[in-house]
Write a protein that binds this ligand. Structure first.
Ligand code: COA
Length: 261
């Protein structure tokens, strides 16, 4: 286990964990925590034994309640722009990790916390979780790609309604909007997140990486280019040992054992 300030990285077998810990401030992300996140992502990306990453907030009140507003209040225009660009880059790294990421939302996921969750592959929410982009109430707008990812996830009208009102949505509404993947009883959140992680960890890692790449990068391309990307990645998948193992296991009526080659 390595501990970088208040961002903790752990491994439990094939499951990597990134824990955001700033409990006195509802796990608000300080600049130090934002700086530590790329290192955590790189560490988990480079470790082939890790196949899925779960992101968590400490305690039972918050996932991450956004950027640290105390630090935000001291920004000037130039540093503000740089801060937004750095934050966007960090969340791109999370999105492009190449392994499924699961944000386990145990409470507030607001502002940068909601933006972080949206950069993850899946958002599993406790029924007590609340999500939102309340930046408008601080006289600013989301700056870590929240305007872009929210609109892509829930559509333009719903995104504008949430961004312009800054209201929090409860887990059930977030599920109806498609903003979270699953809602589970708060007491079972981590069990459910780990069960999903274990299921995903059993899949062929290269096929998982290619599927993530095809969907995520494909969404930023015209349809025909996305299809070309898909065909290339399909070709790569067909060349893997795991493809031979997966098809052979089906024909031999047994469970496949994927190695990531
Ligand atoms: N940055 C810095 N401090 C924060 C914070 C943030 N994003 N979110 C919460 N805190 C601090 C509060 O200032 C408070 O500190 P204090 O104990 O020294 O007074 C502590 O965390 C607990 O927050 P509190 O508001 O008392 O808890 P709550 O349960 O009533 O409400 C929230 C929780 C998350 C709804 C509320 O704190 C909030 O709205 N936070 C800001 C969310 C936000 O705007 N995020 C976007 C930032 S860009």
């Amino acid at each position: 286990m390595s501990n970088e300030g208040r961002l903790i990285v752990e491994r439990n077998g094939a499951i990597g964990r990134v824990i955001f810990s700033n409990p006195d401030k509802r796990n608000a992300m300080s600049l130090d925590m934002w700086r530590a996140l790329p290192r955590a992502v790189q560490e988990l990306d480079g470790d082939d034994s890790v196949r899925v990453v779960v992101l968590e907030g400490t305690g039972d009140k918050a996932f991450v309640a956004g950027a640290d507003i105390g630090e935000l209040a001291t920004q000037d225009p130039t540093r503000g722009r740089e801060m937004a660009m750095r934050g966007q880059h960090v969340l791109d790294l999370v999105e492009q990790l190449g392994k499924p990421t699961i944000a386990a939302l145990n409470g507030f996921a607001l502002g940068g916390g909601c933006e972080l969750a949206m950069a993850c592959t899946f958002r599993v929410a406790a029924d007590t979780a609340r999500l939102g982009l309340p930046e408008i109430n601080l006289g600013i707008i989301p700056g870590y790609a929240g305007t872009q990812r929210l609109a892509r996830i829930v559509g333009r009208s719903q995104a504008l309604e949430l961004i312009l009102t800054g209201r929090h949505v409860a887990a059930a509404e977030a599920l109806a909007l498609g903003l979270v993947t699953r809602v589970v009883p708060a007491a079972t959140l981590m069990d459910e997140a780990r069960a999903l992680a274990a299921e995903l960890a059993g899949k062929a890692p290269l096929a998982v990486r290619y599927a993530l790449d095809a969907v995520t990068r494909g969404l930023d391309m015209p349809f025909s280019q996305g299809c070309a990307l898909e065909a290339t990645l399909f070709g790569l998948a067909v060349a893997t040992e795991d493809m031979r193992e997966g098809t052979r296991a089906f024909l031999e009526k047994r469970k496949p054992s994927f190695t990531g080659r």
